[in-house]
Design a protein around this ligand. Sequence first.
Ligand SMILES: Cc1cc2nc3c(=O)[nH]c(=O)nc-3n(C[C@H](O)[C@H](O)[C@H](O)COP(=O)(O)OP(=O)(O)OC[C@H]3O[C@@H](n4cnc5c(N)ncnc54)[C@H](O)[C@@H]3O)c2cc1C
Ligand code: FES
Length: 259
Amino acid sequence: MSAPCRLPARVLSNERAASDTYWLELDAPPIAETAVPGQFVMIGFGLQDLDAPFLPRPFSIGWRGEDGRIGLLVRRFGPGTHRLAALRAGEEVLLLGPLGRGFEWETGRALVCVAGGVGLAPFLFLAPEAIRNGASVSILYGERTGDRVFDPRLVEQLTGVRPDLYTEDGSIGRAGRVIDGIERGTESCLFGCGPTPMLKALERLAREAELSLQVSVEEHMGCGIGTCQGCVVRSSTGDWIKSCTEGPVFRREELAWPD
Ligand SMILES: Cc1cc2nc3c(=O)[nH]c(=O)nc-3n(C[C@H](O)[C@H](O)[C@H](O)COP(=O)(O)OP(=O)(O)OC[C@H]3O[C@@H](n4cnc5c(N)ncnc54)[C@H](O)[C@@H]3O)c2cc1C
Ligand code: FES
């Protein structure tokens, strides 16, 4: 995996994509050229911006264009993501990336991507790359409410895959949880990204059905490069491991899954 770069990146566009959710495109050729699906960037705001959070924030690389653009799917929670949501074309952010370990897949396998909320982001990158490498890909995408759904037509435009959509309020797509859409007894490889309860349910299902599963975990991160220890998760052997350098993608067997 190539060394990460640190660079100022110009905002090319920042569009509201759903309630509290933004599609942010940045000009970042060195990152677009070397990133693999599942990797992430740390976004910082620069010391001259005194009101912005001091620590950078991690985001999955959601897409890359051949012209050096990268796309990020950003949902507002606190000060960092509010700041990102307010960015306008022409402004700059500080990027560090690509970081971490990405997804792995075998040519010719059927991949089932299970996305909860903005856990959709890494699959917007994974799906077209895997399809180009001869895999078949399906995307199960769930949100709590319909107003948060990232337009399925855009998902199809970016990935070539029409997602199977689930909302818990039943207002768009099928009513229920995304996990309900997984067919047991298939030979598919599962890939998951989303809230921890969803990943736990996915792990239980994969274990019982003996399916291969890789998950991307979203721990809080202070540095993204292995120095602050802010992102540790418990491994299946009982050790604490850093999700920024050893993950964020893990095989299910590598992690402890307490009830
Ligand atoms: C590898 C990785 C990839 C990520 N990719 C994406 C992505 O593609 N798109 C995206 O929108 N986010 C992504 N995240 C999460 C994102 O980094 C956080 O939402 C962000 O750092 C929050 O910063 P903040 O300053 O807005 O909020 P903070 O001040 O850090 O948090 C505000 C409040 O929201 C809670 N909170 C923060 N983040 C989340 C969350 N993700 N889920 C639930 N509660 C949360 C905090 O516990 C706190 O209570 C990713 C995280 C990791 C580790
Ligand atoms: S985020 Fe600092 S060690 Fe992982």
